[in-house]
Design a protein around this ligand. Sequence first.
Ligand SMILES: [Zn+2]
Ligand SMILES: [Zn+2]
Length: 270
Amino acid sequence: MAGLAVSEPVIRIAAFLLIFGSLAAFELWSPRLERLEMTGALKTRRWLTNLSMVLISSAILRIVFPAAAVGAAVWAEVNQWGLLRWLGVDGLVAGVLSFVVLDFAVWLEHVASHKIPLLWRIHRMHHADTGFDVTTGLRFHPLEILLSMLWKAAIVVALGAPVLSVLVFEIVLNATSMFNHSNIRLSATTDRTLRRVLVTPDMHRVHHSSERDETDSNYGFNFPFWDRLFGTYVPQPKRGHEAIDIGLTAYRGAGPARLFWGLMLPFRKS
Ligand SMILES: [Zn+2]
Ligand SMILES: [Zn+2]
């Protein structure tokens, strides 16, 4: 399994490019909303910023924490660490359990990012995007990426999560983040069916509404269960998707589409 850690970046980049390319093409072919932010010159500006942000975040992560979550799983395996190992749970059961627990941990982290002022300072950069498309799913401040990786690595070691399940989780999380932010048109039936097991773009768009009660809802990335279970599920935006106001009311104009503005946002007063 240690070999997986070596080829992890290659597998992840290949999966990323395939999914990103497919969703970007789908957005051009059948967009859900046709607004200036998602079609015109502002789209180009936003894409450059959001894609630069993911490059910077990934580079910093590789420098600060090169082993990442998969490396943490390898460490736990080598040192025979983790609750699942001590309880004698292994194989497919351990893999599925780890995936579900990691998804819940990411949901919890997202809730904390909205409730704890210091974390919100960092996370609001994601919400300040005035558009909502595949690149929004990649727009996370480097500090958020680092904190998130530390949190996931701690869960992985505490659980003794299998290396393969951590690798699959990381690829799926990246893929679902791009999917549930994508500006793609899905039929109402497809959305309803998918929503039983997966967070859809219509569900996550509610989370990007500028109405605070809607911003503080639908925290899920992969599974929609946690929001339903803990009462934070809001099925549709009050204004409807066509009229939804995306972004944060405090940050309008060209600022949110600029890279340096986004990088400095956590250090700016609320
Ligand atoms: Zn959020
Ligand atoms: Zn989002």
